[in-house]
Design a protein around this ligand. Structure first.
Ligand SMILES: [Fe+2]
Ligand SMILES: [Fe+2]
Length: 397
C-alpha cells in the first residue's frame, strides 16, 4: 500500500481566508495529497492585532468544515512555549509514522527557511510544496539559487500551480473593522468576527464570547459552520426586509443549539419542561430540536425575547400565523451560503430577499413534493403553514 500523503499548513490564520484555502487546494492537486492539516500557531496573547487563539481555532474549524480532506489540528496551539516547525514535524511523524509529510509554503517563506530553528533537520522531515508568489525586491534567479542551496542540504521541493489570490489578512482585518465587504473571507468566518467583535469591530451580539464557546463545544464542526452561515444570512434577510438585524442574528445563532443532543436527551428536556405534547415531534430529532432549542435558548443562554424564542421554536415546521421575523430565520436556515445544493435552493435564494412569503410558499411546496417522492409525509404543521401562507392575499398572485 502506498504511503498516505499528508499536507501540513501552519499559519496564524488571523483570520483564515480564501488565500489559505486556495493554497491548500493547489497543493492537494499538484502533489496528489490525501489530506491537508491546518495548524493555527500559538502567538503570545498580548500581540497586537492577533485574535485570541481559541477564536482563531474556531474560525479555522468553521472554514474547513465543509471540505472533507481538510482537517484542523490543535498541535501548535496546545504546545507550551515557542512553537518551532521542527518540533511540529517531529510530533506529526511520531503520530503518523507511515505517512509522508508535505509542508506548504509560499516563495517568501522559502527565502526565510534558513532562519528557522534547526532548519537543516526540518529539511529531512518533509517535502516542501512551494506556492509561487512574487516577493518584492527578490529576483527569480535568487529564489532559484536558494532553492538549489537547500536541495544541496537534502531539501526536497515541489511546486504547486495556483492562480494568485490577491488577499492580505491585514486588509481583511481593516475591512472587518470598517464593516466593509470581504469576498475572500468565508461568510461563516465573517459572521464569527462580526458577532464576536474581533479586529476592532464592536461586538454585535452581547454575550457572543460565551455563546460562541458554548455552541462550538456542543455542535459538530459542520453544524457550527452552518449556524454561522445562518446568522450571516439572517442578518442579510433582516436588512432586506426592514427587520431587527441583531435579533435575527441572535435567533439564527441559537436556532440549532439543541441539534447535536442525543434524541433521548432532547426528549427528557421536552417532557420534563412540557415543551411539546406532539407525539410525532417527540419522536423525531429533526423536528424536536426546534422547540427544545427555544427552551435552551431561554434557560441555558438567557434569551428572554419572545420573538427570538418563537422563531427558534418554529424553524423546522413553520406555523400558521408566523411573523415575517420567523420567516426570515426559517429561510436563512434554508439558504445559508454553506448549504449543500438541493433542487429548490437557487430559487429560494433568489426569492427570499424579494418576498419572504413567496419564498416560504415555494420552499415548503418543494419540500412536500420531495418528501412525497420518497414516500414520506410532512408534519401536519408544515402543511397547515403552507395553507395559511397561501390564504394570505399578498401571496395569491
Ligand atoms: Fe434546525
Ligand atoms: Fe439549521
Amino acid at each position: 500500500m502506498s504511503k498516505e500523503r499528508i499536507g501540513v499548513m501552519g499559519g496564524t490564520f488571523n483570520p483564515i481566508h480564501e488565500g489559505h484555502l486556495a493554497m491548500a487546494r493547489a497543493a492537494m492537486r499538484s502533489a496528489k495529497l490525501d489530506r491537508v492539516l491546518f495548524l493555527p500557531d500559538s502567538v503570545p496573547p498580548h500581540k497586537k492585532d492577533i485574535a485570541p487563539a481559541e477564536d482563531r481555532w474556531r474560525m479555522t474549524v468553521a472554514a474547513v468544515a465543509g471540505e472533507k480532506d481538510f482537517e484542523p489540528c490543535r498541535m501548535e496551539l496546545d504546545r507550551e512555549g515557542t512553537t518551532y516547525t521542527c518540533d511540529t514535524l517531529l510530533a506529526l511523524r511520531a503520530q503518523e509514522p507511515k505517512a509522508e509529510l508535505f509542508y506548504l509554503i509560499g516563495t517568501d517563506t522559502l527565502l526565510q527557511l534558513k532562519n528557522w530553528s534547526r532548519y537543516e533537520q526540518v529539511l529531512t522531515l518533509c517535502t516542501f510544496i512551494v506556492c509561487a508568489r512574487t516577493v518584492e525586491g527578490v529576483s527569480a534567479a535568487e529564489v532559484d539559487a536558494e532553492r538549489r542551496r537547500l536541495i544541496g542540504l537534502g531539501g526536497r521541493f515541489l511546486s504547486a500551480e495556483m492562480e494568485p489570490v490577491d488577499v492580505s489578512s491585514t486588509a481583511l482585518r481593516e475591512a472587518i473593522q470598517r464593516d466593509e465587504p470581504t469576498p475572500l473571507l468565508s461568510p461563516a468566518v465573517r459572521e464569527y468576527c462580526g458577532a464576536r467583535g474581533l479586529y476592532g469591530a464592536a461586538p454585535r451580539v452581547p454575550r457572543a464570547e460565551k455563546w460562541l464557546a458554548k455552541l462550538f463545544a456542543e455542535l459538530t464542526p459542520r453544524r457550527f459552520a452552518h449556524t454561522l452561515g445562518v446568522a450571516y444570512s439572517a442578518r442579510a434577510l433582516a436588512r432586506n426586509h426592514g427587520l431587527d438585524l441583531e435579533k435575527a442574528e441572535i435567533a439564527a445563532l441559537l436556532h440549532d443549539c439543541a441539534k447535536c443532543l442525543p434524541l433521548r436527551e432532547m426528549q427528557e428536556i421536552a417532557v420534563r419542561n412540557n415543551v411539546t405534547q406532539d407525539r410525532e415531534i417527540l419522536e423525531s430529532g429533526a423536528l424536536l430540536h426546534a422547540p427544545v432549542g427555544a427552551w435552551l435558548a431561554e434557560h441555558a443562554y438567557g434569551v428572554t425575547d419572545p420573538e427570538i424564542l418563537h422563531a427558534i421554536a418554529c424553524h423546522t415546521t413553520g406555523c400558521p400565523g408566523m411573523s415575517r421575523f420567523d420567516m426570515a430565520v426559517y429561510l436563512a436556515d434554508k439558504i445559508e451560503p454553506g448549504r449543500l445544493a438541493y433542487p429548490a435552493l437557487t430559487r429560494v435564494r433568489m426569492l427570499a430577499p424579494l418576498s419572504l412569503e413567496k419564498a416560504m410558499v415555494y420552499s415548503i411546496e418543494r419540500t412536500v413534493e420531495y418528501e412525497r417522492g420518497k414516500g414520506h409525509a410532512l408534519h401536519p404543521q408544515s402543511l397547515e403553514t403552507l395553507e395559511w401562507l397561501k390564504s394570505q392575499p399578498e401571496n395569491m398572485s
